[in-house]
Design a protein around this ligand. Structure first.
Ligand code: GLN
Length: 385
């Protein structure tokens, strides 16, 4: 046995298609609509408070669950915006929402436990569960509504099933789970005693009159739900890595111990910056951000149609999946490369969001880019027809 080999897990990992296409895009000098990088405006108070904190020497570790001021601000916002009944002791501040999911999953799940995952899925969720040795049962949502049948879903539950993973608004589908759907899932979670993991990082980006509903706001789910979110997308600070999870206190304590051993704490001055944003920004900030993204969604979807693709109009988040029968290439990576070479626009191959071949006719485009970039990308996409 080669002692210098990679671990079994690392041996299965390769660079994600999101990163691969970003690199290919840089090489080609294209417009990057692959990685979900939001280049919109970061609120001034968030930036200024963080800078002041650095200058004032607020640069050492914080407690592993995060500073009190930020945990209180998050708990208050969870009460008013998400309708989740909680306090600061239920909140753990983490290194991004990715860190929150990892900390919570590691705190609650054992190898060989099973979790039900909807697909199309966000690859990081799946890779992380894989890293923990957790087995997944995939449920394929039916386009274009990305609907599910609770009877079909229930068939995936086995004696080993510990949880179900929801992502609302969803990446990459843009699905926003309705109250009726969440009630069905709550029935299943209660009858089969399941943990609900819910990633709501796109909670402020919901379009066409739809409403974001947090599963933990349903009284019957409150004590079995881990709500994961963060401010990367809302404040356009994807590189700051400030996320959090909200869950029952005993789980929060365990998750913060996991966070401690993996990364000790989230960046101190940046926690203060985010706290000031949560406390000072008015509802108009979130409303305007959402409107401007809806406008970009509409522009990009219409350009995709003109380019001969078939966009599934998303109700939330900031990605659009498009069916690409008209684009040459057998599989989605070839199709993505064709669009990059022909139009100079990078997207993510649909296979990145499915465990089998199902995504091969899909491409994902991100519309969280500024107006100028979206306009240029649209012009280029239309030209490939
Ligand atoms: N969440 C973003 C996406 O889906 C960014 C992921 C990443 O680059 N790690 O594109």
């Amino acid at each position: 046995m080669d002692n210098l080999r990679l671990s079994r897990f690392a041996g299965t990992l390769s660079q994600s298609y999101i990163r691969y296409m970003t690199r290919e895009c840089e090489k080609a000098g294209g417009i990057n609509l692959s990685q979900g990088v939001c280049d919109l405006h970061t609120p001034e108070t968030v930036v200024e408070t963080a800078k002041t904190a650095i200058d004032a020497g607020f640069n050492t570790y914080t407690r592993c669950s995060g500073i009190q001021e930020l945990r209180e601000a998050i708990a208050k916002k969870a009460g008013t915006f998400n309708n989740i009944d909680c306090n600061a002791d239920n909140v753990v501040v983490t290194a991004g929402a990715t860190g929150a999911f990892y900390a919570a999953a590691m705190a609650l799940l054992d190898p060989e436990d099973e979790v039900i995952v909807f697909e199309p899925y966000y690859g990081y969720h799946v890779n992380m569960l894989n890293a923990l040795g957790v087995k997944m049962k995939f449920y394929r949502l039916h386009p274009s509504e990305w609907s599910f049948s609770i009877a079909e879903l229930e068939k995936l539950v086995t004696p080993r099933t510990r949880g179900i993973l929801i992502n609302t608004p969803g990446n990459p589908s843009g699905k926003v789970f309705s109250l009726a759907e969440l009630k069905e899932l709550a029935g299943l979670a209660n009858s089969r005693n399941l943990i609900v993991f819910t990633d709501e990082i796109y909670e402020y980006f919901v379009y066409s009159g739809k409403k974001h509903i947090s599963p933990a706001s349903l009284p019957e789910l409150k004590d079995r739900t881990v709500t994961v979110s963060g401010y990367s997308k809302t404040f356009s600070i994807t590189g700051w890595r400030i996320g959090y999870c909200i869950c029952p206190e005993a789980w929060a304590e365990a998750a913060s111990c996991v966070g401690d051993i993996v990364y000790v704490c989230a960046p101190s001055p940046l926690q203060l910056g985010v706290a000031s944003g949560i406390k000072l920004l008015e509802p108009e900030y979130y409303g305007e951000l959402c409107n401007s993204l809806q406008h970009r969604r509409d522009k990009l979807c219409s350009a995709l149609e003109h380019a001969g693709m078939l966009p599934y109009i998303p109700d939330g988040a900031y990605y659009v999946l498009a069916a690409t029968s008209s684009i040459p290439g057998e599989k989605s990576p070839e199709k993505a490369m064709y669009v990059l070479e022909k139009a100079g626009v990078a997207s993510v191959p649909g296979c990145a969001f499915y465990h089998d071949k199902d995504g091969d006719n899909l491409l994902r485009f991100c519309f969280a880019r500024n107006d100028e970039i979206i306009a240029e990308a649209c012009k280029r996409l239309v030209s490939i027809r």
